[in-house]
Design a protein around this ligand. Structure first.
Ligand code: GLA
Length: 555
């Protein structure tokens, strides 16, 4: 965090009459600066969208209950007019009731916790239900704990069972062979066995890579240690998963459970706790996501709270994993909330970035998300007070040219609101509710800067004199990774706390790919160091770096 630096300071304006303070000017660019060439956005995994069994079924997972949910998810998808749909149907804890393995270490299924009584939980085995899910046009997800003891309890009161270091290679290969596409790895057993989260999840990640090499089936990896901070003396001392998660997994939980199936209706206070606890924009970047947990819209909160909840998940670019019981009809309101293509498009935007808070005053906040395409922004005006208020935001707060016109669309109302200059005022944001907008305006062009120093094949590059005019901002990193796998790199801004980048392959033709990350910039001149974490001969080469205009964080 930069203190005592010149900053762009904007207040949240609750009335259109208030004025914004001007931003400090852009400094002159270094000698190496050049106009942007058209950069190449890497193909990336958008925040996973799907459904998970825990919140509505708890341990009651079997072929029939999962089949009914798969049918329900396919039906819900049919209500999405265009764009991305819910993809993953994830079986959470409870599928491996026996907790036993055979002589090969394979999971014994269709036997109760007593190890004797036959059940018919999974006729045809775990592959048959994955096949059923695939036949519905969905992808299949499964679950295990990183440590030997599961989180939940079986009907006889004993704990479910998980994996452990000795079984990772076997277990993730088994999931891949069964045809699963996604795995959530919990940490109750990991914590109980005193595992270090980073060590355990790195070993799981490697097991997933090995399974991919052997089967061609890649499991999307969801890390679930609820934001555990590593103990001193461990590889992730004082770090949470947002510090190391990118490239170890695709997404990582940042907070405790938003809801439990055995604990009454969902509460909006928990939704807010998880949303705010998930705010680590510097920890994620294109393709790798902070995860504030499964969604609870349509499960007992008020319609306004549900709408605020979905708006906040979408502006955060969070995984949209539902927990509703889809075997029963959803209300029209819930269907409307979960199937709005404009809202989903903001969540799934291909830059894959978390929205940031650009203004706050009392109980009102403005959140904004940098979207793909010049001058595109998602905006949420959130009013957590008990009176409806007008709310205003300025183009400067979302990184758009204040002198030029921008168009504003109300994405919940499916309505173009018109063209405005400098700012937009929503006349009334309901008490405890949110207004969600897509704004299209003009932004200055980015300038690319080449590295000062680069040790080729060591994958280390340094950049200096990179000019910013905001405190915090977006950095577009152009790189070449000729390897076949994603390479991880450490990214240090102004000698601050390192964050991680995961840089997917860019192919062998030498053309660079691009990812965007949020960095702790200071106004004026900035330095960056990027070093490969995956060994000396990675072939990773940094091509250029640019600060791109985007929403400006509020302090
Ligand atoms: C933990 C996880 C939940 C769910 C349960 C299952 O609490 O955080 O999301 O998977 O375990 O027991």
């Amino acid at each position: 965090m930069i203190r005592n630096a010149r900053r762009c300071v904007f207040a949240l304006l609750l009335a259109a009459s208030a004025a914004a303070l001007p931003c400090s000017g852009v400094g002159s660019h270094s000698a190496q600066a050049q106009e942007a060439i058209s950069p190449r956005q890497i193909a990336n995994v958008p925040p996973p969208m799907g459904w998970s069994s825990w919140n509505s079924l708890a341990e009651n997972v079997n072929f029939n209950t999962i089949k009914a949910q798969a049918d329900g998810l396919a039906a819900l998808n049919a209500s999405i007019r265009s764009g991305a749909k819910y993809k993953y149907l994830n079986i959470d804890e409870g599928w491996w009731t026996s907790g036993l393995r055979d002589g090969n270490g394979d999971f014994i299924i269709n036997v109760a916790a007593d190890g004797k009584t036959a059940t018919n939980q999974w006729p045809g085995g775990m592959k048959a239900i994955a096949d059923y899910i695939h036949d519905k046009g969905l992808k299949a997800g499964i679950y295990i704990d990183a440590g030997p003891q599961g989180c939940g309890k079986r009907t006889d009161g004993t704990h479910f069972v998980g994996s452990d270091f000795a079984h990772y290679n076997h277990d993730f290969l088994q999931f891949a062979r069964w045809g699963y596409d996604f795995v959530k790895v919990d940490f109750c057993g990991g914590r109980q066995a005193d595992y270090d989260p980073l060590q355990a999840y790195m070993a799981v990640s490697q097991a997933i890579e090995l399974a991919y090499a052997q089967t061609g089936q890649l499991l999307t990896f969801s890390i679930c240690d609820w934001g555990t901070i590593g103990k001193s003396g461990t590889p992730d001392a004082d770090e949470g998963p947002w510090d190391w998660g990118a490239g170890v997994g695709t997404m990582w939980r940042t907070t405790g459970d938003i809801y439990g199936p055995h604990s009454g209706a969902p509460k909006f206070a928990k939704v807010m706790r998880n949303f705010l606890g998930n705010y680590h924009p510097e920890g994620q970047h294109t393709g790798y996501y902070n995860d504030p947990d499964m969604m609870v819209a349509g499960m007992g909160m008020t319609p306004l709270q549900d709408q605020a909840h979905v708006s906040l998940w979408a502006i955060a670019g969070a995984p949209m994993i539902l927990g509703n019981d889809l075997s029963k009809p959803l209300s029209e309101d819930t269907i409307r909330l979960l199937t709005n293509p404009d809202v989903i498009a903001i969540d799934q935007d291909r830059l894959g970035l978390q929205g940031i808070k650009v203004a706050e005053s009392g109980q009102q906040q403005v959140w904004a998300k940098l979207l793909a395409g010049k001058g595109q922004r998602g905006v949420v005006l959130f009013n957590n007070s008990d009176t409806a208020v007008p709310m205003t935001f300025m183009w400067q707060q979302i990184g758009l040219d204040p002198r030029r016109q921008a168009t504003v669309r109300d994405v919940w109302g499916h309505k173009d609101l018109g063209t405005f200059v400098t700012s937009y005022t929503a006349p009334s944001v309901p008490a405890g509710g949110a207004v969600m907008l897509r704004v299209s305006g003009y932004e200055p062009r980015a300038k690319f800067v080449q590295p000062d120093k680069q040790a080729e094949n060591l994958g280390t590059a340094a950049f200096s004199g990179v000019q910013s005019h905001t405190d915090g901002g977006y950095v577009e990193i152009s790189y070449v990774n000729p390897a076949r796998n994603t390479l991880r790199a450490t990214f240090v801004t102004n000698d601050g706390h390192p964050t991680r980048l995961a840089l997917p392959p860019t192919g062998t033709n030498g053309r660079p790919g691009v990812v965007i990350a949020f960095a702790d910039l200071k106004p004026g001149s900035n330095t960056f160091k990027i070093s490969a974490s995956d060994g000396a001969h990675s072939g990773l080469k940094l091509d250029s770096i640019a600060i791109v205009p985007g929403p400006v964080r509020s302090q």
